[in-house]
Ligand binder design. Structure first.
Ligand code: C5P
Length: 410
């Protein structure tokens, strides 16, 4: 596997699970790719692997004790928590995840997690009942909401002889996830190199006659920001845009369309691709009759417009048997019951994830420069903080690069 483009450093927390032996292989992979690894061994972790093994493989001192006088004088725990580009917890036991979710700080690992300002990647490992327990589910939902990225667990046989979800991701998978996050953090450079993205953005205009049309309030800002972030991440981007007042993203291909039907045809022509992101606010209806001439005001009073449904582009792409993109992302702009409606949309459209936005007037998303995204997947939901649309786009692209790598089993 290719080394990360910009080798950096990892703080690896090894928790107490039989899967700890796999972390030795992970260190070997990281070191082979030129990534520096400092390890923290929890008390329980020390029951499964020795500090000597970790030190030999990482070529670095292993940290075990919060109250070690020598460690504190050499490098305080606060400094240690911020010394790497990424904190990785592997294995992430139910106990470690629970502590992190609740902000406990009663040993070195949990204190570091609380003190760190770096992204955190967790590779859970536990018995399947522990993984499925409502307490663990709650903790993981909270951690996701706090921005923790998860890799695995996988389904399979466990050391206890039982089988199910809870087996730690393989070292290669964790390595791929680390690489994606690290590359992503380097302004997403290269995270999507060689990948093709198709993004729809803006409103559609549905003509009533040659001078009038039906439209909506979409500014296209978020879709354009996503296209820019994808270009920055190295992707080959086709942006299919409705009428907006924005400059085309440098380095991307822009196809300007007006109506939903034109947008559907342009998307179709742009496929196949790896990721399809439907950020456009497509008009649900168009006027049934095609008025070639301007409708005149007259004695007959206002015209009666009969509306017919437009094609659903997102559902159409999601339902494709051939050339279905590996990842399909829909948007749900809702003014109430955000998650409930987003989840229904996920099922109805058949896409892989929904980015839900609160567009109630109080939220100020429509036409504004900020956005609060909630990522809704079949496994759960992650609420991101309020971010500028560019930052939200970058975070979404980083997240999608990671998911794509996981799907492709890179
Ligand atoms: O159906 P609704 O408009 O609520 O769904 C929103 C999502 O579906 C967005 O991702 C939007 O881009 C997509 N969509 C579409 N074609 C339509 C309507 C919506 O691709 N005709």
């Amino acid at each position: 596997m290719a080394a990360p483009q910009n080798p950096r450093s990892i703080l690896l927390i090894v928790g107490g699970g039989i899967a700890a032996y796999k972390s030795l292989e992970l260190i070997r992979l990281l070191r082979g790719a030129g990534v520096g690894v400092r390890t923290v061994l929890t008390k329980a972790g020390g029951q499964f692997v020795t500090a000597l093994s970790l030190a030999s493989l990482s070529g670095e001192k292993v940290y075990e004790d919060l109250f070690s006088l020598t460690d504190e004088t050499e490098m305080g725990h606060i400094q240690l928590s911020r010394s790497a580009d990424l904190v990785v917890i592997a294995p992430a036991t139910a106990d470690l995840l629970a502590k992190a979710a609740h902000g406990l700080a009663n040993d070195l690992a949990s204190t570091l997690l609380l003190a760190s300002d770096k992204p955190v990647l967790a590779a859970p490992a536990m018995n399947w009942r522990m993984w499925e327990h409502p307490a663990t589910r709650r903790n993981c939902a909270q951690l996701r909401a706090d921005g923790v990225i998860f890799v695995g667990p996988n389904e399979g046989e466990m050391a206890c002889g039982e089988s199910g979800f809870g087996r730690m991701a393989e070292p290669e998978e964790i390595f791929a996830a680390i690489r994606t996050v690290l590359d992503g953090r380097a302004v997403t450079k290269g995270a999507l190199t060689g990948k093709k993205l198709v993004v729809t953005a803006g409103p559609t205009h549905e003509p009533i006659d040659p001078v009038r049309y039906i439209a909506n309030r979409s500014s296209g800002k978020q879709g354009y920001a996503i296209a820019r972030a994808a270009v920055a991440a190295g992707a080959d981007v086709t942006l299919v845009s409705g009428p907006v007042d924005l400059s085309p993203p440098a380095g991307g291909r822009v196809i300007q369309v007006e109506t939903a039907r034109e947008m559907a045809a342009a998307v179709d022509a742009a496929l196949p691709c790896d990721i399809f992101i439907a950020a456009a606010a497509v008009a649900d209806w168009r006027v049934a009759s095609d008025h070639g001439e301007k409708i005149k005001k007259g004695s007959k009073g206002p015209p009666e417009l009969k509306l017919v449904e437009n094609p659903d582009i997102l559902a159409g792409v999601s339902g494709r048997r051939e050339a279905r993109p590996t990842l399909i992302v829909g948007f749900a702009a809702e003014t109430e019951k955000l998650i409930e409606y987003a989840r229904k949309k996920l099922a109805r459209k058949g896409c892989d994830l929904i980015v839900a936005n609160d567009v109630s007037p109080e939220a100020g998303v429509m036409g504004g420069d900020e956005n609060t995204m909630v990522i809704v997947t079949p496994e759960g939901e992650t609420r991101w903080p309020k971010l500028g649309k560019d930052d939200a786009a970058q975070r979404l692209i980083e997240y999608l690069a990671l998911r794509l790598a996981q799907r492709e089993g890179v």
